[in-house]
Design a binder for this molecule. Structure first.
Ligand SMILES: CC(=O)SCCNC(=O)CCNC(=O)[C@H](O)C(C)(C)COP(=O)(O)OP(=O)(O)OC[C@H]1O[C@@H](n2cnc3c(N)ncnc32)[C@H](O)[C@@H]1OP(=O)(O)O
Ligand SMILES: O=C([O-])CC(=O)C(=O)O
Length: 369
């Protein structure tokens, strides 16, 4: 089966995706979670299985905030990674470095503590590296911001973010947090199934998320939209790409053939953000026209990465940071899957159909032409 399309590769109780019940995390609808809960509540839900009460959330938040500080050795690694590196490689390397300094217990008894630590540390990896290389300064990782969304925005923008930006960042973190057996989650589950450590699960996920057919699509999608001055120009370009049979990033989905349930939420967030003084409203119209044309001509729905890219652009976040932001969210889903895999483990090791040559006699080196 090409690309394992349609293959049921295991069981999971974390999220419904393509089952006809909408997109739910542990039974809760994605739109409710994105617009009515903080990402921290959602991360707790994914990791623990239930929404937290106030005391549980307070404790969870406190631990995540404590996880923002980085060991000096990890800071030194971040300083030594070139400014020209892809930020996804920065995230992967810093995750590995933290795993060397603070390894997970061999019996995984501290798995929850380790992922909470990482939820705090992921934003710090990016902002610390960013400020060291782009501004030549060592940034302080302490902040009054109590949410991951607020912390990311405050540290990247170096000013207090607008409420509408924090709302949108928080919602994006939730929308991106979990999605069943997508490529990066499945890869992370395979790593977990070998009884490897949680940092290895995360770096597996990061490496798989980076590609443009998966998490890396958002940074390419916005690049496409940004080329155009007007709707006519954009629509003509879509026709040209279709004629060349090229793909447009941010469209299509393995599971959703008609609608990605996250997209309407993303569309509304972009609609709100376009009203910021700094936002170029024309881009919204261009993106909307592209979305409508691709759907009308090819029947392909936009996925979360299409308006996701525009949302981050309106927040004035550097384009290559969009997929690292995805890590900060999806890590909760990856870890929930790693824990689920560990709780009922058998190594994931499928088979392939052999298509190579028939058996033939070995030829010693001296006799080979
Ligand atoms: C958070 C996420 O990871 S969401 C996904 C982000 N990725 C992207 O946006 C990348 C662009 N999209 C794609 O490459 C694909 O749609 C994927 C990878 C998401 C899904 O891949 P598959 O399930 O294998 O779909 P597949 O590639 O077979 O597409 C089916 C048909 O639609 C076409 N198609 C799919 N996506 C696109 C696209 N973005 N642009 C143009 N045509 C497309 C394919 O060419 C194929 O056409 P054909 O039947 O004439 O050959
Ligand atoms: O499910 C997929 O294949 C890709 C996706 O949308 C995600 O990982 O969020």
């Amino acid at each position: 089966m090409s690309g394992l399309a349609g293959v049921i590769a295991g069981e999971s109780s974390i999220c419904t995706c393509g089952t006809g019940q909408g997109l739910n995390y542990r039974g809760y609808d994605i739109a409710d979670l994105a617009l009515k809960a903080d990402f921290e509540e959602v991360a707790y839900l994914l990791l623990v299985g239930e929404l937290p009460n106030e005391a549980q959330l307070k404790d969870f938040r406190r631990k995540i905030i404590a996880g923002r500080e980085l060991p000096i050795s990890v800071k030194n690694v971040l300083k030594s990674i070139p400014a020209s590196s892809h930020p996804m490689d920065v995230m992967k390397t810093a995750t590995s470095a933290l795993g060397c300094v603070e390894p997970e217990a061999e019996d995984f008894s501290d798995q929850m503590a380790k992922i909470i630590r990482l939820l705090g540390a992921f934003p710090s990896f990016l902002v610390y590296w960013h400020h060291w290389h782009k501004n030549g300064k060592e940034i302080c990782l302490k902040s009054e911001e109590t949410t991951i969304a607020g912390f990311i925005l405050e540290r990247l923008k170096e000013k207090k973010p607008f409420d509408v930006e924090v709302k949108a960042m928080n919602a994006m973190l939730t929308l991106y947090a979990e999605h069943e057996f997508n490529a990066s989650t499945f890869a992370n589950r395979i790593t977990a199934s070998t009884l490897s450590d949680i940092y290895s699960c995360m770096t597996t996920g990061i490496g798989t998320l980076k590609g443009h057919l998966h998490g890396g699509a958002n940074e390419v999608a916005i690049k496409f939209v940004l080329q155009f001055d007007n709707v006519e120009h954009a629509l003509k370009s879509v026709d040209e790409l279709f004629a060349k049979k090229e793909k447009i990033m941010g469209f299509g989905h393995r599971v959703y053939r008609n609608l990605d349930p996250r997209s309407p939420v993303g569309f509304e967030l972009a609609n709100e953000l376009k009203e910021l003084e700094t936002s170029d409203k024309k881009l919204f119209d261009i993106a909307k026209a592209i979305r409508d044309k691709v759907k009308a001509d090819k029947g392909l729905p936009d996925n979360i990465d299409f308006f996701g890219g525009l949302i981050y652009h309106y927040m004035e976040i550097e384009r290559l940071y969009y997929t690292p932001l995805f890590i900060m969210s999806r890590a909760a889903g990856w870890a929930a899957h790693a824990f689920e895999q560990r709780a009922n483990n058998r190594i994931i090791r499928p088979s392939s159909t052999y298509t190579g040559p028939d058996p033939k006699p070995f030829v010693p080196l001296k006799d080979r032409k």
